[in-house]
Design a protein. Structure first.
Length: 338
C-alpha cells in the first residue's frame, strides 16, 4: 500500500502565514524521515484555510529540501492557470528533482480568484475540459498549439519537454466522466466516506471506454486513484477525537469564511463543528490500532491502494510533526505490509 501526507497549510489566528509555509516544508521533511512515500501540497488563494497560493512553488522548495520522497500538488487550480505555463513548471520540477514531482490538478471553485486572475466564471463553468486537454498535450508532446474557445495560439516547442500524466480532483460525476474518458486517475477528497468513494470509482470504471486503469499505467496503485483522509493518532481513540474536536474548528471556521464567490452569492455554508464530527467518524482518527483498522477497511471497501493522510488536524506545527512521526512509527509499518 502506498501512503503519503496531505498538507493544506492552515493558518490558526495566532500564527503568521510565512511561518506556516516554512513549517509546511518542515512537515514534508518529517514525512520523508517517517517513511511516507509522498507528500501533497494544497493550493488556495486569499484565505487562511490554506495559505499556499502556489502548490508548484512550495513543492519545488520541498523537493529541494528532500532526497527520496515524491512531492505533488493536491491540487494546482487549472481554472486560474494557463495550462501550458503549468506544464512548463511541472516539467522543470520533474527534471530538477529526478522524477520525484507529481502533478494533481482540479477545477477549483466559483471563487473570487477567477476575477482577480482574469480568467472569469466561464473558465470554471465550461473551460475545464479544454484546459485539461491542453495541459495533457503539453505534457505528452514535443510541440503544442491550440484553437479552442479559451486558448488559441500557433504551435510552439515545449521546453523542457516532459512526459507526465496528472491526477484529476473529482467531486462530481461530470468530472469523473471527464477523467475516465482521458484515462487519468482521480484524486478523491476527504469530505466523502468509503461508500461514496467506491461509488465514484465504480462510475469511473463504467465511464472509461477502454476499461479501468492499472497501477502499471499510472504509478499510483492498483486502480490508479488516490484519496485524501484525515489522520490523527493519539494514545487512545477518545483522546484523538477530543483533540481534533477542540483544535480543528479554531482554524477551520475562520478559514471557511474565506470562500467568497465571484458572483457575490455568498461563500461556503459548511458548519465547521459538524464537518469535524463527520471527519472523525469516517477517517482514521484514534489510537494506532484504530487508525490501522480504519485504513484497512477503506482499502477493502474501495480497492484504493494509495491514500494521502491530512496530518494537520490541530493546525499546530509541533503536533503535526509528532503526528507524522507516530503515524510513521506505529501505523505505516503495518499497512505497508498489506
Amino acid at each position: 500500500m502506498r501512503l503519503g501526507v496531505f498538507l493544506i497549510a492552515p493558518c490558526r489566528p495566532e500564527r503568521s502565514p510565512g511561518e506556516v509555509l516554512s513549517q509546511t516544508v518542515e512537515a514534508v521533511a518529517a514525512a520523508e524521515a517517517a517513511g511516507f512515500d509522498d507528500a501533497w501540497i494544497a493550493e488556495h488563494h486569499f484565505m487562511t484555510y490554506g495559505v499556499c497560493p502556489s502548490a508548484t512553488t512550495l513543492a519545488g522548495v520541498a523537493l529541494g529540501r528532500t532526497t527520496k520522497i515524491a512531492v505533488g500538488t493536491a491540487v494546482a487550480t487549472l481554472s486560474t492557470r494557463h495550462p501550458v505555463a503549468l506544464a512548463e513548471e511541472a516539467a522543470v520540477l520533474h527534471h530538477a528533482s529526478g522524477g520525484r514531482f507529481l502533478l494533481g490538478v482540479g477545477r477549483g471553485g466559483p471563487w473570487r480568484d477567477l476575477e482577480v486572475f482574469g480568467t472569469g466564471l466561464a473558465r470554471f463553468e465550461r473551460g475545464f475540459a479544454e484546459g485539461l486537454d491542453l495541459l495533457c498535450a503539453a505534457l505528452s508532446q514535443d510541440e503544442v498549439g491550440a484553437d479552442g474557445e479559451f486558448f488559441r495560439f500557433g504551435r510552439v516547442p515545449m521546453m523542457p519537454p516532459a512526459r507526465l500524466r496528472p491526477l484529476v480532483a473529482c467531486t462530481s460525476e461530470s468530472t469523473v466522466r471527464l477523467a475516465a474518458a482521458r484515462r487519468l486517475p482521480m484524486l478523491l477528497g476527504m469530505h466523502i466516506d468509503d461508500e461514496e468513494k467506491a461509488a465514484m470509482i465504480a462510475h469511473y470504471e463504467r465511464s472509461a471506454k477502454a476499461g479501468p486503469l492499472s497501477g502499471d499505467e499510472t504509478g499510483h496503485g492498483v486502480n490508479g486513484h488516490v484519496a485524501a483522509v484525515l489522520a490523527h493518532v493519539a494514545d487512545s481513540t477518545a483522546a484523538a477525537v477530543r483533540e481534533v474536536r477542540t483544535e480543528m474548528p479554531r482554524w477551520l471556521e475562520p478559514g471557511l469564511a474565506g470562500y467568497v464567490r465571484v458572483d457575490g452569492q455568498g461563500g461556503s455554508r459548511t458548519d465547521a463543528n459538524g464537518y469535524v464530527e463527520r471527519l472523525c467518524a469516517i477517517h482514521p482518527v484514534g489510537s494506532p490500532e484504530h487508525c490501522v483498522e480504519v485504513i484497512q477497511a477503506t482499502a477493502a471497501a474501495t480497492g484504493l491502494r494509495h491514500l494521502i493522510l491530512m496530518v494537520e488536524g490541530t493546525g499546530c506545527p509541533a503536533r503535526t510533526r509528532e503526528n507524522i512521526a507516530r503515524l510513521g512509527a506505529e501505523v505505516l509499518p503495518r499497512l505497508q505490509a498489506c
